[in-house]
Design a protein around this ligand. Structure first.
Ligand SMILES: [Zn+2]
Length: 140
């Protein structure tokens, strides 16, 4: 019995109340705190749900080899487009084909070259000049 009494919480303190408070005051303090806690809990729950959806989306994209690769490429291309000016859009068949190296090339106006291996053309659509910072987009 004695130990149970020691464990007993200070319920007045929980409500921010005093033993001298009237029943109406106690009720008012209880309702105020309960509403506040409910509002905080709802906001937290909403944030958790939002986070969960985000985490779930990230996993859906990155947890799959194919969508992850697509995402990585997309990111890389977004960065390229942001960092470098796009020179022009070129159809693959308009580039020079080098049979020996299995390489498509195009002269840049700076005198440098854009080159992309045939094996890369499936994954790569933006190619940087080997000399300047211009980029071309390959259309297929
Ligand atoms: Zn160039």
């Amino acid at each position: 019995m004695a130990s149970e009494r020691i464990k007993q919480k200070d319920w007045y303190k929980v409500l921010g109340a005093k033993p001298s408070d009237s029943p109406a005051e106690l009720k008012r303090k209880y309702q105020k705190l309960a509403l506040l806690e409910a509002a905080v809990a709802a906001a937290e729950a909403e944030e958790r749900v939002r986070r969960f959806i985000e985490i779930d989306q990230a996993w859906k994209i990155l947890g799959n080899e194919e969508t992850r690769r697509e995402y990585d490429l997309q990111q890389r291309e977004d960065n390229l487009t942001k960092e470098w000016p796009l020179h022009e859009q070129i159809y693959l068949e308009d580039m020079c084909w080098n049979e020996d190296e299995q390489l498509y090339t195009l002269s840049c106006r700076c005198g440098g070259n854009y080159s992309v291996f045939k094996s890369e053309t499936k994954d790569v659509s933006l190619v940087c000049c080997d000399t300047c910072s211009l980029v071309i987009e390959i259309l297929q």
